[in-house]
Design a protein around this ligand. Structure first.
Ligand code: HEM
Length: 397
């Protein structure tokens, strides 16, 4: 094994406040040294960090690397296996047993059919913002409600339960509460989903969860699937909408180009996904000794894959740290690659295309309501990157 391999001592590292959209300097530095570095996991265990686009992509397509939660080798104690239905942290064949019945429900065609409904939800949020004056927190007024309502519709959460359900998932995933409140919100969400599954089995309605009751999946498994849809689909999309808007406001030439040319919208969404990579890093564990980028990853070692630095790899994307809405960003790894590639990506694309377009059309003079340095960002330790709040203002009509 090479002695000269670069080492990143502690993960995660913080971002520079003047470049909040860029990966932490230590990770960019690691990629400059080569696509793979040694690292120490926050729990103290030694591991590897993969930062180059080609190498990250190759790991994601390699069945010798596992996503299993119980194999994660980052802390001193053993982790339990993922609960039934939570297939993000499972390998095939268990993983595909859960994913397969869902795939047909998340196709491009099915998601396009949802477009009209998403346009309506977005318009309602914008109407409420306008009715409330000439300023708002874009996170609470726009970025969170849109994906929350969409998930509620997918799962068939009855209208009368939505307000309390939204509060719970915000506490459980918004990252703004104490540990006790987090556990209480998590438990309440689990209990609510168990009741919802039972209700859908007894009286199916027109939604994905009801359709799934017509399969061999147990109630416990359906609860796990619902939880994973919620966990994977809410915070990611909400932060793409809020951080994406912040990035556009900090790049006024790009915002002006998007406003002027609706045909840029689809490409703009891909570029924002690449540039921001809010789902920054994921883990995989070697099931056997694997040669990777000139290093041997010993069986049982957990590696960190940085999707963000991969998406900023100059060998794959020219001038990677520039937000350029007209570039060909397709092929980015913001939705991952391989068997765990995001199941909800077509839905997320529809939500972002509709929401960004409607926002720039409705508020031509949208601007930050505070100096940029006062916008509070999440710490790098958060699973999903984003802004905590985004005060914006616009002109009265
Ligand atoms: C912009 C928003 C989104 C981003 C950036 C995103 C990103 C990702 C990423 C990176 C993964 C793969 C993780 C890995 O490699 O281990 C993933 C998986 C997943 N995502 Fe998304 N996601 C988004 C929206 C959604 C939505 C809206 C849904 C559904 C409602 C969803 C459902 C899922 C599910 C179920 C998985 C697990 C797939 C599997 O393990 O086979 N995501 N997502």
């Amino acid at each position: 094994m090479s002695e000269s391999v670069h080492t990143v001592t502690a993960l995660p590292t913080e971002r520079r406040t003047d470049c909040p959209f860029d990966p932490p300097a230590e990770l960019l530095d690691a990629r400059r040294h080569g696509p793979i570095s040694r690292c120490t996991h926050p729990g103290g265990k030694p591991g590897w960090l993969v930062t180059g686009y080609e190498l990250v992509r190759s790991v994601l397509a390699d069945p010798r690397f596992s996503s299993r939660k119980d194999l994660l080798n980052v802390v001193d104690f053993e982790l339990p296996p993922a609960p039934p239905g939570e297939f993000l942290l499972m390998d095939d064949p268990e993983h595909s047993r859960y994913r397969k019945p869902l795939v047909g429900r998340f196709t491009v065609r099915r998601m396009r059919m949802l477009t009209e409904r998403i346009e309506q939800i977005t318009a309602e949020c914008l109407d409420a913002m306008e009715a409330g004056g000439t300023s708002a927190d874009l996170v609470t007024a726009f970025a969170k409600p849109i994906p929350t309502i969409v998930i509620c519709e997918l799962l068939g959460v009855p209208y009368e339960d939505r307000a309390s359900f939204q509060e719970q998932i915000d506490a459980f995933m918004g990252g703004e509460v104490s540990d006790e409140e987090l556990i209480a919100a998590y438990t309440a969400t689990q209990e609510y989903l168990a009741r919802l599954v039972a209700a859908k089995r007894a009286h199916p309605t027109d939604d994905v969860l009801s359709e799934l009751t017509d399969s061999d999946l147990t109630d416990e498994e359906l609860k796990g699937i619902s939880l994973i849809l919620l966990a994977a689909g809410f915070d990611t999309t909400a932060n793409m909408l809020s951080l994406g808007t912040y990035a556009l406001l900090r790049n006024p030439d790009q915002l002006a180009a998007l406003r002027a040319d609706p045909s840029l919208t689809d490409g703009a969404v891909e570029e924002l996904l690449r540039y921001l990579s809010v789902a920054k890093t994921f883990h995989r564990t070697a099931l056997e000794d694997v040669e990777l980028g000139g290093q041997t990853i010993a069986a049982g070692t957990t590696i960190v894959l940085s999707y963000h630095t991969a998406n900023r790899d100059p060998e794959r994307f020219a001038d990677p740290h520039a937000l350029d809405l007209s570039r060909q960003a397709a092929g980015h790894l913001a939705f991952s690659h391989g068997i765990h590639q995001c199941l909800g990506q077509q839905l997320a694309r529809v939500e972002m295309r509709v929401a960004f377009r409607a926002l720039v059309d409705r508020f031509p003079a949208l601007r930050l309501a505070v100096p940029a340095e006062e916008v509070v960002l999440r710490p790098e330790s958060a699973d999903i990157f984003g802004v905590k709040s985004l005060p914006v203002a616009w002109d009265a009509k």
